[in-house]
Design a protein around this ligand. Structure first.
Ligand SMILES: NC(=O)c1ccc[n+]([C@@H]2O[C@H](COP(=O)([O-])OP(=O)(O)OC[C@H]3O[C@@H](n4cnc5c(N)ncnc54)[C@H](OP(=O)(O)O)[C@@H]3O)[C@@H](O)[C@H]2O)c1
Length: 222
């Protein structure tokens, strides 16, 4: 598969690029608003993987170029720039390309982090409104700690909650998620269930902030 990571220069993009680069043979396109930054990040990730004896198929491009002809496009950008990013690549998306949102909108105050639920219902619903009709939108990877994902020495057993309206697209994203060692994908229904998934992320951060011995938290359902 050809997987584009828009904003793949950032924290969650780096984690997913390194894990997929390490655990799979997929073609990985690191996207950025700046093509030079994209190439530098892709080179850095490739070098890190080469040091571990892994020859990954990783290249860097400007976001729209990365999205062009990709099978799956992950929107690894801050929630407040998700809609702009979808708009900037929309005319490059083929029918059936799967868009994936891991985005969570949060606010911070003196008590901690809080889910900032948009009027549309969820960040995913905002993105869905801007997504071409023939492009399915799937939510996944919201509750993964980027730092541990990017640390290839870190073992984990986490779940990722997957939602969306298109069953085939959810199955594809779930399979991609489960190709990352230690990750299990759980179906949580349609787009209407996005707010509950997005709201878990600030909870995980608050638990880590309030408990010195806990950090890089994910979720596991048993
Ligand atoms: N960090 C985590 O642990 C984590 C975990 C799960 C989900 N998430 C979600 O994943 C998404 C990305 O999180 P992150 O922590 O990786 O974010 P980040 O590191 O702050 O940013 C990711 C990338 O977004 C791009 N970006 C920044 N401002 C932008 C703008 N105005 N327009 C378009 N692109 C912009 C930048 O890439 P360029 O400058 O190269 O374009 C940046 O490297 C967020 O929606 C977050 O809620 C994060």
């Amino acid at each position: 598969m050809r997987i584009a990571l828009l904003g793949g220069t950032g924290d969650i993009g780096r984690g997913l690029a390194l894990r997929w680069g390490h655990d799979t043979d997929h073609e990985l396109l690191v996207g950025s608003r700046d093509p030079e930054k994209a190439r530098e990040s892709a080179d850095t990730y490739r070098t890190r993987l080469e040091e571990r004896g892994v020859d990954a198929d990783l290249k860097g491009f400007e976001n729209a170029m990365a999205a062009d002809r990709a099978d799956v496009v992950v929107l690894a950008v801050p929630a407040y720039h998700l809609v702009d990013t979808v708009e900037s690549v929309a005319d490059r998306l083929d029918a059936g390309t799967i868009l994936v949102t891991p985005a969570v909108g949060m606010q911070r105050d003196e008590d901690g982090f809080h889910y900032n639920r948009p009027g549309a219902g969820s960040v995913a619903a905002l993105a869905a409104a801007e997504t071409p009709e023939d492009v399915p939108l799937v939510g996944a990877f919201h509750n993964l700690p980027a730092g541990a994902l990017a640390d290839l020495d870190a073992d984990f057993e986490w779940d990722t909650l997957v939602f969306g309206e298109d069953g085939d697209a959810k199955a594809t994203v779930s399979q991609l998620a489960e190709e990352i060692e230690g990750l299990r994908a759980l179906d949580v229904g349609g787009l209407a269930n996005a707010p509950e998934v997005e709201a878990v992320t600030p909870l995980l951060i608050n638990v880590a902030m309030c408990n010195d011995d806990l950090h890089d938290l994910g979720v596991k359902f048993q």
